[in-house]
Design a protein around this ligand. Structure first.
Ligand code: SUG
Length: 447
């Protein structure tokens, strides 16, 4: 009864997926800005990944997209008139603000929230803190809807505890589980939670935003500490680890672009963390579990930071199969990259994983989101799993309905100029309206 399994929660890509180039510090977004996107293909690629994972016998859950455009945002910023006028005026006078209102970035569920399994939390419940994502305007508008969605899906208060997003100030910038790692002995329940931050404002140890730094760090140490406190994590079972500023400057805007963990396995790039982090992690793990974690550091001379950002090798999903074997689900980009394939080969030779698969999520990759960015993990016992809203559990029937829904409602091309088209507002509303019925999740949107 107490054994746990991991729920993979993927967000459906929304109907307004586009390339606006608005994520500063995210090289893929910056490079592909102003290109034409294919929202239909993006959503189908995301759904195909979910189906692949569910087909492996792993619990897969669907998170709905957020309602876009966020007209409330544009009205708060002084654009008035009818909905169509608000969009047209924002497009004419402030295209980046209009792009923020249209953004489908909630698709990257790894940034939706920080989650701690019940075994780690003092009150024995699973704890959720939606990320405030204040580093970028287009992402900061996600927190309220994310909170509503998570509360609706994980609603039973005896099992699930929901915190408000942290106050939206730079000192508390929080990007959710993309900056969280967890190590736990296979089959064990408790884990060591690792919170990875880029800025320590209290210690005045900023590793970005200062002269000499190219890109901003998004996660603060103070935010990580607040989440750990709210979740009731035991101080011995938590470590706060600083990101290596060199990695952030190379385009590693979230830690999940440079390291990954599953069970007792931690794989990271040589430049993932600040000096001393690996020793700290190993020491804490040994003290907690009286065992060694399986740690593998990929040397920069074999695989550079540029390689990591270009291939998103570390943004693979490492999945524990029902029979206990590990599966590495890598973005297809790795398959065509010799050094990425060499790293994968050496990890497989060391027995880190036994099955290797590739997935095409290119529409998302062009905006800087790989397979792991698209999902939020929730470790749950069977009893907790049974309390989750069942309408969002991916079955073959639900996948088929969602595929038809995408085909019916999504455009197959969307350029940044198309965001001036007011018809996209009603199309998007109609899609989400029907989705609420499909997922049996009324009341999420204000349609
Ligand atoms: O926040 N891209 C997202 C990608 C998030 C990836 N998530 C993880 N690494 N977990 C971001 O930078 C691009 C939007 C645009 O340019 O249109 C964007 O927001």
């Amino acid at each position: 009864m107490n054994a746990t399994a991991e729920i993979q929660c993927d967000a459906l890509v929304g109907p307004t997926h586009n390339y606006a180039g608005i994520a500063w510090g995210n090289l893929a977004s910056m490079k592909h800005g102003q290109q034409t996107a294919n929202p239909r293909l993006a959503a189908l690629q995301g759904l195909a990944k979910m189906e692949l994972v569910a087909g492996l016998g792993i619990t897969q859950l669907v998170l709905p997209p957020h309602q876009r455009p966020d007209l409330g945002l544009l009205r708060r910023l002084g654009f008035c008139g009818s909905d169509a006028q608000v969009i047209r005026r924002a497009m004419r006078h402030a295209p980046p603000l209009a792009a923020a209102a249209w953004s489908a970035a909630a698709m990257w569920a790894a940034n939706a929230a920080s989650v701690s399994p019940s075994a780690d939390c003092a009150d024995g419940r699973i704890h959720f803190t939606p990320a405030n994502l204040i580093g970028q305007l287009h992402r900061s508008i996600e927190a309220a809807t994310t909170a509503r969605i998570l509360r609706a899906i994980f609603s039973a208060p005896q099992f699930f505890a929901h915190h408000d997003p942290l106050p939206p100030v730079p000192a508390l910038g929080d990007e959710g589980a993309a900056n969280q790692l967890r190590l736990a002995p296979p089959g064990g329940r408790r884990g060591l939670e690792l919170f990875i931050y880029g800025i320590d404002t209290a210690a005045h140890a900023d590793c970005s935003g200062k002269p000499g730094h190219r890109f901003p760090a998004r996660q603060t140490a103070a935010a990580s500490a607040a989440v750990a406190r709210n979740h009731g994590l035991h101080s011995r079972a938590v470590a706060f680890i600083r990101q290596n500023p060199t990695a952030i400057d190379a385009g590693v805007f979230h830690n999940d672009v440079i390291s990954l963990s599953q069970d007792n396995v931690l794989i990271c790039h040589e430049y993932a963390f600040a000096a001393g982090a690996m020793e700290d992690i190993r020491r804490r793990y040994c003290a907690l579990f009286r065992a060694e974690p399986v740690v593998h550091t990929v040397p920069a001379r074999h695989f550079s930071l540029v390689d990591a950002v270009n291939t998103y090798l570390f943004n693979s999903q490492l999945l524990t199969l029902p029979d206990g074997r590990m599966l590495w689900l890598a973005p297809e980009e790795c398959q065509h990259h010799r050094r990425a394939m060499d790293v994968l080969q050496s990890l497989q030779d060391r027995g880190i994983f036994s099955v290797l698969k590739f997935i095409n999520v290119r529409q998302s990759m062009r905006n800087g989101g790989g397979p792991a960015c698209l999902r939020l993990r929730v470790v749950a016992t069977a009893v907790e799993l049974a309390a989750v809203h069942q309408g969002v559990m991916l079955t073959a029937t639900l996948a088929k309905r969602l595929r038809q829904w995408i085909q019916r409602h999504y455009r197959d091309r969307l350029s940044p100029q198309d965001l001036a088209d007011p018809k996209l507002i009603s199309e998007s509303c109609a899609a989400l309206d029907e989705l609420m019925t499909i997922l049996c999740l009324p009341g999420i949107y204000d349609l």
